[in-house]
Structures are given as structure tokens and as C-alpha cells.
Design a protein around this ligand. Structure first.
Ligand code: PMP
Length: 362
């Protein structure tokens, strides 16, 4: 087996080795067809089986919530930022958003291009170092939906609980924490996620939504941007990203084998605990800037005393074989992204490196 890197990339990110090996084994000759999955028609039986397997596996991991459908779309989560208001922000309505960080901000900016928007709660004043206090949340009566970003990948914050919105549909961008823990999918009317962190490779965006929410779309928007088009055609209106969907199916199988969401949650808590512990017990050498109650289990952000020392940390960590620990360019600092597929031993290796680094620079 080739040596695997200590990969902490924020996305595209580490995939389970078992999945990569399985894909490798059937790469050239998929299920005895004499061709790879990338070379066959998306209208053929073999691909369709994989496509439907992925859909039903995803719903099954969520406990088969009644009335929900899965869509496989393209254009990344960023296209969803626009498609959501295009489909749901109809005449006389307001799109309500929780402004929790850089990705929520991007989602709001797209919605503003489409119609009237409203900020229901914000942690901007806190430099997004916490998830906004949801007890004071204000949702207008004419809200088309409330949009939340369940995990802010750049700042490293994550919801621990979601707001209750009554009759107003709740929409979540779960790009960076989907399937990282157990949750009740029926709280949401619409969930979306780019696959390239917890679900598979880039190229496919997953939507899990109440069928009634996506059954009808405004007729003035282009066909490809209507959810109803993809629902009616079972995400096969045009050529789907077939290889990515196949990989998602394999990752979902792997999650099943790990004990489903309960299994991965347990592993993720252990991994995140290990790294946060070393930050908290470093007597200020490492500093977690995020509010304790909003810490992400997926993207752990931390700082050192100076930017010079942070640069040194990145340099030495790269020399030691650690990839992707530099914080996002917009916020600086350091970030360890530890999605489902990042093994415990990789996190342990990081913690050992952090301990040594403190010894030599503390
Ligand atoms: N939302 C969140 C929370 C993200 O982390 C990202 C990507 N890092 C996006 C949206 C944008 O996703 P994409 O690149 O698939 O458009």
C-alpha cells in the first residue's frame, strides 16, 4: 500500500482509503461490464442501479424520513445559493438568513440578487466566532424560508441545535458537516451539500428535500435551475456526474459499515476532543478563537501567539508530512479539517506534532 498523507484539507478532502481501494479495484471493469462507470450511458441499467442505490442509501442513513427526496445536482453548493431564492423567493416574500460566517454571507449575497432578504440573527459583531444566539431570532411573517449554515467551514463554528421555525421552511447548507453526526432530518424542509467534504469527490451537490417543497418551480426560471425538473426526472434530466454519484454511494456504504451516523459521530467526537484538548491544555500556547459552545467538530481553527509563529508551524508541519493546516486566506491562523474520512491516527499524529512544536517553541 502506498503511503497516505496526513490530510487535513478543507475540501476537496480526505476520502476513506477503503473506498478509494474499492473504486480502484472496479475502475477498469465495473461489475463485469468491460468498462468503467465513467464510460457507460447514464440511461443504462448498470448506472441507474448505482444512482438509485445512492439515493436510497442516503435516505436510509437519515432514517427514511417520510416524503423526502434526494437530488443529485451540479454547480456546487454555490449554485444552490442562487437556486434556492430563484425557486422559493416568490413575489411578496422575504428570504430570511442567519448570518453566522463567511459562507452564510455568500448565500445572502446571492439571494439579494433575486429579491428581498432579511437577517434573522447575526454574529458578525463577534467576527463570526460563535453561532448567533437563536433565542432572539426574528423571522418575518412573509418569510419564504429561513436559511442556516450548519457548519461554517472557514471560521470553524457549528450549530449544536437548530432554530424552530413553525410554518416557515427551514433550509440548511450542510456542505461541511453533513452526515457527521446523528440528527433529525425532519426538522428541515431542504438540506444541501457539495459532496467534496463528507460525501465523496467534487462534482455532485446533494439535495435532500421535502417532495412538496420542490414539486413546483416558477416557470420563468431556466429549466436546469428548477428543482421540479430534477425531481420529475429523478436527477437524470441531463447527464449526471456519474462517477461522483458512484463515489458518493461507496462513501455511504462505508458510513453504513462504520455503524451509520451513530458510529461516525462517536469517532468524530473522539477525534475533535483529542485536538481541542491539546489546544485547551496548552496554557495559551495554542488558542481556540471560537466560542466554546459553537466549536465545530469538523473544522478546528486555532491560533498561535504571532503570525510568524503560525508560519513556522505551517512550515514545520509540512516538513513532517501534514497537509492543509493553513487557515483560510480570509481569516489566517490554522485549521485542521477532520471530516468523517480523516482517521483517528491522523489526528493523533497531529496532536503529537503540536505537543513537540510547543516544546521547541513554547
Ligand atoms: N457552503 C459551505 C459551508 C462550504 O464550506 C462551501 C465550500 N467550501 C460552500 C458552501 C461552497 O461549495 P462549492 O465549492 O461546492 O460551491
Amino acid at each position: 500500500m502506498s503511503k497516505r498523507a496526513y490530510n487535513f484539507n478543507a475540501g476537496p478532502a480526505a476520502l476513506p482509503l477503503e473506498v478509494l481501494e474499492r473504486a480502484q479495484a472496479e475502475f477498469v471493469d465495473f461489475r463485469g461490464t468491460g468498462m468503467s462507470i465513467m464510460e457507460m450511458s447514464h440511461r443504462g441499467k448498470v448506472y441507474e442501479e448505482v444512482h438509485h442505490e445512492a439515493e436510497s442509501r442516503l435516505l436510509s442513513l437519515l432514517g427514511n424520513p417520510e416524503g423526502y427526496k434526494v437530488l443529485f445536482l451540479q454547480g456546487g453548493a454555490s449554485t444552490q445559493f442562487a437556486m434556492i431564492p430563484m425557486n422559493f423567493l416568490t413575489e411578496g416574500k422575504t428570504a430570511s438568513y442567519v448570518l453566522s460566517g463567511s459562507w452564510a454571507d455568500k448565500a445572502i449575497k446571492e439571494a439579494k440578487l433575486i429579491g428581498e432578504t432579511h437577517i434573522a440573527a447575526s454574529s458578525e459583531a463577534d467576527k463570526y466566532m460563535s453561532i448567533p444566539d437563536l433565542s432572539s431570532i426574528e423571522i418575518p411573517d412573509n418569510a419564504a424560508y429561513l436559511h442556516v449554515t450548519s457548519n461554517e467551514t472557514i471560521e470553524g463554528t457549528q450549530y449544536q441545535q437548530y432554530p424552530k421555525t413553525g410554518n416557515v421552511p427551514l433550509i440548511a447548507d450542510m456542505s461541511s458537516d453533513i452526515l457527521c453526526r446523528q440528527f433529525d432530518a425532519t426538522q428541515f424542509d431542504f438540506i444541501y451539500a457539495g459532496a467534496q467534504k463528507n460525501l465523496g469527490p467534487s462534482g455532485v451537490t446533494v439535495v435532500i428535500a421535502k417532495e412538496e417543497m420542490i414539486a413546483e418551480s416558477p416557470k420563468h426560471i431556466p429549466t436546469m435551475l428548477r428543482y421540479s425538473t430534477h425531481l420529475k426526472n429523478d436527477s437524470l434530466y441531463n447527464t449526471p456526474p456519474s462517477f461522483s454519484v458512484y463515489m458518493v454511494n461507496e462513501v455511504l456504504k462505508w458510513i453504513d459499515e462504520k455503524g451509520g451516523l451513530a458510529g461516525v459521530e462517536q469517532a468524530n467526537r473522539k477525534k475533535a476532543g483529542l485536538i481541542y484538548d491539546i489546544i485547551d491544555s496548552s496554557e495559551g500556547f495554542y488558542r481556540g478563537p471560537v466560542d466554546a459552545g459553537s466549536r465545530s467538530m469538523m473544522n478546528i481553527t486555532f491560533r498561535l501567539a504571532s503570525e510568524e509563529l503560525e508560519k513556522q508551524f505551517i512550515k514545520e508541519s509540512e516538513q513532517a508530512g501534514f497537509i492543509g493546516l493553513k487557515g483560510h486566506r480570509s481569516v489566517g491562523g490554522l485549521r485542521a479539517s477532520i471530516y468523517n474520512a480523516v482517521p483517528y491516527d491522523t489526528c493523533k499524529a497531529l496532536v503529537d506534532f503540536m505537543t513537540d512544536f510547543q516544546k521547541s517553541h513554547g
